[in-house]
Structures are given as structure tokens and as C-alpha cells.
Design a protein around this ligand. Sequence first.
Ligand code: TXE
Length: 491
Amino acid sequence: MKKHQMLIAGKWVDPAGGEWFESLNPFTGAAWALVPRGGKEDVDLAVAAAKAAYEGPWRKLTASARGDLLRKFAELVAAEADKLAEIETTDNGKLIAEMRGQLKYVPQWFHYFGGLADKVEGRVIPIDKPGVFNFTREEPLGVVVAITPWNSPLLLATWKLAPALAAGNTVVWKPSEFSSVSAFAFAQLFERAGFPPGVVNVITGYGNEVGEPLITHRDVAKVAFTGGDRTGEHVYQLAAKGIKRITLELGGKSANIVFDDADIDEAVKGVVSGIFAATGQTCIAGSRALIHRSIHDKFVEKLLALAKTARMGNPLDANTQVGPITTQPQYQKVLDYIRIANEEGAVCRLGGGPASRPECGSGWFIEPTIFTGVKPQMRIAQEEVFGPVLSIIPFDDEEEAIRVANGTVYGLAAGVWTTSIRRALMMAERLEAGTVWVNTYRAVSYMSPFGGYKRSGIGRESGIDAIREYLQTKSVWIDIAGSAPNPFVMR
Ligand code: TXE
């Protein structure tokens, strides 16, 4: 079993406390790597390294040179994509087909933000006062902390690292304790691309032991976090104490809304892809299907027929369609929600428990599960399960669909299935969600802003909006009149 090290100031180092923990393969349940258990001492070293790099070599590079490095990095990732995908699948159990797809996308973000690095411009403000010249500079923040989850480890880290580095910040990255191994291989590529030491540091460990001292460290300017909303709330509170800037991406309870004028077969595929494609372990899971009552029964029959065909098994097999749950606590959480849904009176139409198929080995598998008869206020319709569990809620008209779709504390995404342009545009306007897909689902791009309304988060990742999350504006005033104004009066 490989004993990994952390990257601090360009050196691969053991944790100060001299402890490691096991990373488990969710398909076999067996330990396959040893991950350093970082602590406060490592945090102090990593932040000091990031600060020194920010004030030293990184700041001295031109924006174009930063962009070149990001693009070089993109090429190295592209060359290593299959290897990185295999590490991710072994560590977090997500399908190899999905992880290969994600790793093919990752370079796009580094190319895009590499291209954006030298297009960050200030403005000249035509100030309405005589004798002054005013302009703005867009400046980096300093040391950025990236805290990432286990479901899409490298893609979600990329969404933070690419814009943060393009804007001229340095980074300390803490991956999830459940899926740290790909971070080590990824970080080596920053070295190979020629990033100065300390620009990207990786320290691993638990949220309370590494995450908290990172967030509260006085030399950290910003925290970029993806994870659960309860943890996100805590992270927000800690960051608030130091008046740190923050972006939070906190998951959701997204509605996939199917109207009676939709292409039903396409909508069935869309609902399946929304909830079962990533074993439901995605922030944008379409975990509530809102189905127009007139097509409800027909839709459910077709949905059950398609969901039943899902091939479960080894996530490293390219033909597998539903893999294991990534972590044992998450496995337990999903089973708890299935029990809660049954107790609440929802009707289980498919699955409803652990999968004991031979192809599932000893992994943490749960059968694709579908509940009908779900009422909007049930916990199964309000709370994020983060597993292959779909709640189906019937509706009678547009107003009811909007009310139910918007009737949770979350607002990350929504899907609308309709052939009416009027309905599509009206729904896009009235849904309280950071992303609305019409007649498609689970599409993302480096070009398009992504983030949550309401409790799903703060700030945007991807697209031009994302780089602004890592910049601050300075206003510069220059006297061009040459005569001192009255010092006792505000100019
Ligand atoms: O996430 P956590 P968990 C949701 C999903 C899931 C639930 C719990 O519903 O069931 O969250 O998953 C770090 N200070 N999502 O427990 O705790 C932690 O080490 C600083 C949705 O795995 O949010 C990891 O690096 N950091 C989500 C990261 O936070 C702390 C994706 C995420 O872990 C910390 C994952 C602390 N006190 C889960 N405690 C999405 N938005 O897609 C933990 N961390």
C-alpha cells in the first residue's frame, strides 16, 4: 500500500504528527492507500509557503506567463487523464466512464482560465470632479484555501484552482479525507508544468483537524468550499470571524419537471440520468421528479422499465452504469433516508435497500430506488440524500409545479421537460435555481457560471464570473490639477 506525502513549498513531506490513515476502495471495501493525517503544524507550513510564493515568485510573473503555465498544466493533465480517472474510480467508486469523461473536461478549465489570466483589466472612471484621474485595478486576494468533497474530486478542485491561479492567487488545497489519492498525482503535474514552489500546496486530513485551522488562519484571504450544507454553514461561520471572502457550493434537492407536452421517452432518460448516473452522488442530482398528473402513471411505468435495466457492478468496468456508494457513512445515510421515506408513507416502487447482486461484490451498493406518492413536505422530498433515491411527486398545473419545485431550502439546479417555448422560458424565469436545463440534464461547461440560489451556496464557479470571485477591486485616484484643495473639506 502506497504511503503518500503532502506537498508543501514544492517538497513532498510527511505529516508533522507522523500519522497516516487508510483510504478505502468502495467497491472492495479494502484499504488501498495511506493518506497523511495533517494537522495545525502542517497548516501553518502550507499557508506560510503559499504566502511566500504569493509575495515572491508568483507575483513577479506576468499574467501572460501565468496563463502559459496553466495551459501547460492542461496539456499534462490531458496526457495523464486516463491514469487520473483510474485513481479516482479506485478511491471513490464513481464509474470509470464518468471519471474519464470528467478528466477529459478538466484541461478545458485550465485552458480557459489560462486564456483569461491576461485579460483581467481595470477601468478608467470618468469621475465627475475636476482635476482628478481615477482608475481601477483588479488584484488577486492572496492565499486561497480550497476545500473539496469526494464525489468529483479533481473536477471540483479544478473549478477552484483554475480561476484562483489565473487571477494570481496561491492555493492551499485540502481534498476530502475519503478521496485524497488523486490529488497527489494531480499536484505532481503542477510541479512538472513549472509552477514555482508554494503556489499550489496540498495538505490532507480531516475537516476539523486541517480544514478548520486553514479557514481560521490569519494569512488566508479566501475560502472556496464544496460540500454538504451543514458543513458549509459551519465553514461560513468560521470564515466570517476573520472576514474572509467565501464561495460555497452546497448541493441541493433539484427538481426535474416533466410536463404533459414533453417527449416522454427523452424525459424518462433525462430523469434517469439525473438521479442514477452518478449513483445519485452529485450536487445536481435531480432527486425529485415532478410529473404532470395526466402522464404520471405512464411515465412511472416507463421509468421503472428503464431503471430496472441499470447494470450495477465494478466501477472500473466501462459497461457498469450504477456503482457503489463512496463512503460507509454515506451508505448508512442513504439507507436511513429509504427507511424514513417508507415511514413517511411514500410507496417504494423499485429497489429500497442494499444491492446483493453477485456483481456488486462486497461494495457499498444500494439498488436504484424509486418512491411514488411522495408529498412535497416529506423529508425525502426536502432533504439531500446524495444517493440513488428518486422521489416522484405529481402536479396539476404550472403554478403547482413552480411552488413545489421552489419549495425547498435549496436552489442549485432544475430540469424542465416541455415542447412549449413559452413554458420553457417562463419556467426558466420563475425557478429559483442557479442552473435551469430545458430538455436536457446534467450539462456543465467551463464557460457557463455554476452555483446555487438560497441554501445551495454563494458565488459562481466556471465562466467569466468565476475569476471575479478571486479578485478584488482597487480604486486609484491621481491629482492632475496640481493645486492643493482646501484640506478641511472632502474632495
Ligand atoms: O461532506 P462534508 P461529507 C453532501 C451530501 C453528503 C453530505 C455529507 O448530502 O451526504 O454532504 O458528506 C471538509 N471544517 N455533499 O460529510 O463534510 C471535509 O474534510 C472545514 C454535497 O463527506 O461537507 C471535505 O474535504 N472543512 C456536496 C469537505 O469538507 C471541513 C459534495 C466536504 O465534506 C469540516 C459532498 C470542517 N469542520 C457532500 N468538516 C456537493 N455540494 O456536491 C468537513 N470538512
